[in-house]
Design a binder for this molecule. Structure first.
Ligand code: EPZ
Length: 418
């Protein structure tokens, strides 16, 4: 595995255009399985996870090709409903094709997918929802097999507002004639983007972005062209890197409304954030931060996003005071605290809660990216301190960040990949 080498102590300054959202692109790519004709997607980031989803779609029989920055998916050749195990294990998001396959072919095989080391990531809520739509579930040595002669519309109440389960069930319901209702649904912006894509294909989706989503499905959906929304977590990562290095950043293609819980806190701490017309956001960080204790917990949208928790923890090392972070979405997503301690950070943490003693000096060290967001947090910490920080397993970070080093260098950072 490769590494990033960061020589910190420099302010980030400049203009950054935010890429399309990985977590919008992956379910929408899976939703193309529902279409009876080709789909063209714009704004899809060129990431390892996107490459894996392309492999998954091709393994099912779809033809997928990049044409410059447009990704074209022709689902007409899809005939296979068992995803190769090695692909399922590579990326949890491969679970997103199960709903569309079940709706299109009447069969699908799901298995405990792979993914990051942040928790055991069960799929029980997905399976429960498919059963509510009439699927028969059986355990086989290939994995959990789902069969449904004909899916039927129904009202499904999710035990937890799971992003993936909401998306999977929205996609399956879009090919079922009649109204399906999802209660206690996830409300993330990526859900709304998927709903817009499904509507373009011919389904009727009401209430996306609220806990109560109604889908009026159709027997046939047609291929469309769609541009995915900007990546709010990428935007948050660069905003926090700027705040952590005393920098000044202008972001283009950034929807600040998608960052609830971040901009308000940063402003309280003295970061100046100005939103220009529509999608330009300007961020100025103060030279130094006042001593302010910060208490934060992650939660489903519009709560503080778990995907920016690690990056926020790294930033808090710059803010004098005692801070507390409670990770309430995943059961094991504070592993980066241990890696930050190698850099001198004063953090005590168990699996769910971390106490951060901010404003203390950090030093360069050799650290490891445990998951993509933890890795991004280590890059931020490396940017904050003098000396040469080496971050192992850079490929883990590149699952979710396109050309991270090139874009940071364009903002004045001294970072290279090896
Ligand atoms: C999506 O994962 C994102 N991934 C994650 O981003 C993100 O952290 C997560 O939503 C929460 O916002 C993609 O969109 C590709 P969940 P997902 O189902 O769908 C439990 C990143 O960094 N759960 O909302 O897997 C689960 O264990 C990635 O880009 C069940 O118990 O998230 C977790 O504790 C990481 N049973 C919680 O719910 C289920 O059937 C939230 O999971 C499903 C989930």
């Amino acid at each position: 595995m490769g590494k990033f080498v960061v020589r910190g102590g420099r302010r980030l300054e400049g203009v950054l255009r935010v890429h399309g959202a990985k977590n919008a692109a992956l379910p929408i790519m899976a939703a193309s399985v529902l279409a009876a004709s080709p789909v063209t997607l714009l704004g899809v980031p060129k990431l390892r996870d996107v490459d894996v989803m392309i492999e998954v779609l091709q393994s099912l029989g779809a033809s997928v090709a990049w044409q410059d920055d447009a990704l074209t998916i022709d689902p007409r050749g899809i005939h296979q409903y068992v995803i190769p195990q090695e692909l399922m294990l590579k990326m949890r998001a491969s679970i997103f094709v199960v709903g569309p396959l079940l709706a299109r072919l009447g069969h699908a095989v799901a298995m405990q997918p792979g993914g990051c080391s942040i928790g055991d990531r069960p799929i029980d809520i997905h399976i429960y929802g498919f059963q509510q739509l009439g699927a028969k579930v059986s355990e086989t040595d290939e994995g959990t097999r789902l069969d449904a002669e004909k899916l039927r519309p129904n009202t499904i109440h999710l035990s937890y507002p799971s992003v993936g389960a909401t998306e999977n069930l929205m996609m399956a319901a879009s090919l079922i004639a009649g109204e399906t209702r999802i209660r206690n649904a996830a409300m993330e912006p990526e859900i709304v983007d998927l709903a817009q894509f499904l509507e373009k294909m011919g389904a009727v989706v009401r209430g996306a972005g609220t806990p109560d989503i109604r889908i009026l499905g159709r027997e046939v959906l047609h291929g469309v062209t769609h541009t995915v929304i900007p990546d709010r977590i990428e935007a948050a990562t660069f905003i926090l890197a700027t705040a952590a290095t005393g920098g000044h950043l202008t972001l283009e293609n950034c929807i600040v409304e998608h960052l609830p819980g971040l901009t308000g806190r940063l402003r309280e701490l003295g970061v100046e954030i100005r939103v220009d017309d529509g999608d330009r956001v300007e961020v100025w960080a103060p030279e130094r931060y006042r001593t302010v204790p910060v208490s934060l917990h992650t939660g489903p949208y519009p709560g503080f996003a778990t995907d920016m928790q690690a990056q926020f923890m790294a930033f808090l090392l710059k803010v004098p005071g005692v801070h507390i972070i409670s990770e309430r979405v995943f059961e094991n997503r504070l592993g980066h605290a241990r890696e930050l301690r190698r850099m001198g950070a004063q953090i005590v943490a168990d699996q769910r809660v971390a106490l951060i003693y901010g404003g203390r000096p950090l030093h360069a060290a050799e650290v490891r990216a445990l998951d993509l967001r933890a890795g991004a947090a280590l890059v931020i910490a490396g940017l904050m301190c003098d000396g040469e920080t080496v971050i192992q397993d850079r490929e883990v970070i590149e699952r979710g960040y396109e050309d991270l080093d090139g874009r940071l260098r364009a903002l004045g950072a001294d970072i290279e990949k090896q």
